[in-house]
Ligand binder design. Structure first.
Ligand code: HEC
Length: 201
């Protein structure tokens, strides 16, 4: 009897982990699509210096290489990737955005857990403290036109939709090999960072 209860518990735990992993795959894919659309928008608008634009194209190229796997993991359809690659090769960012739009719609990014309507003083203090100890060294230094500039994060947040910044934050602060691609920060910590960047300056 006890064995059966134990087995049932184990099965539930495995199932729960599988559901959680599937949710993470969906979320990572959705965030990646939002960032890709944002990068294509910057290229269409002619934003950034030549080096930064080259960096954006390289990043889109890299994102396209992993997109089929992300789509497969999230049980999505990888066929649109060919059209995306063709427009990237041509440097046709409008066509790229058009091919991306239906995918983005199908795998919509839900940023609600990262966007607090009314941040508490504790959240703001947590965001400020994580930023000062972990991010400021790179992101608060004056950056020029480089392939991959580390932007002033509060200014970057104000230059785009909050959902897009949340997607960038989710993907931008990546885990390392030991955490695989999981973000080392919890949603509460990411929400605190976003709240603080929104309020800063
Ligand atoms: C060692 C230097 C360094 C540290 C430390 C660092 N970053 Fe970054 N970060 C970078 C660079 C360089 C980039 C640009 C590369 C890229 O976008 O892939 C970047 C990119 C990002 C992006 C994505 C920007 C985009 O355009 O998509 C976000 C968001 C971000 N960082 C947030 C953070 C936060 C939050 C922290 C602290 C928890 C942090 N970073 C710590 C160097 C750093």
């Amino acid at each position: 009897m006890r064995v059966r209860v134990l087995l049932a518990g184990l099965a539930a735990a495995c199932c729960c982990a599988a559901v959680q992993a599937a949710g993470e795959h969906q979320r990572r894919l959705a965030a990646e699509l939002v960032v890709m659309a944002g990068d294509a928008r910057r290229l269409t608008a002619g934003a950034g210096g030549p080096q930064e634009r080259e960096g954006l194209v390289k990043r889109l190229d890299g994102a396209l290489s992993s997109l089929p796997l992300l789509l497969r993991r999230a049980e999505g359809d990888a066929r649109p990737v060919a059209a995306l690659r063709a427009s990237l090769v041509r440097g046709d960012w409008r066509a790229f955005a058009a091919a991306l739009a239906p995918l983005k719609q199908r795998h919509a990014f839900d940023a609600r857990s990262l966007l607090a309507a009314a941040p508490t003083p504790e959240m703001l203090a947590l965001g400020a403290s994580i930023h000062r100890t972990t991010c400021a060294g790179c992101h608060d230094a004056a950056g020029g036109d480089t392939l991959l500039p580390a932007f002033d994060l509060s200014r970057q947040l104000k230059s785009m939709a909050r959902e897009e910044f949340a997607a960038r934050l989710l993907l931008g602060v990546r885990g390392d090999r030991t955490t695989a691609w999981r973000n080392p920060f919890s949603d509460a910590e990411l929400a605190a960072l976003i709240a603080w960047y929104s309020s800063a300056r």
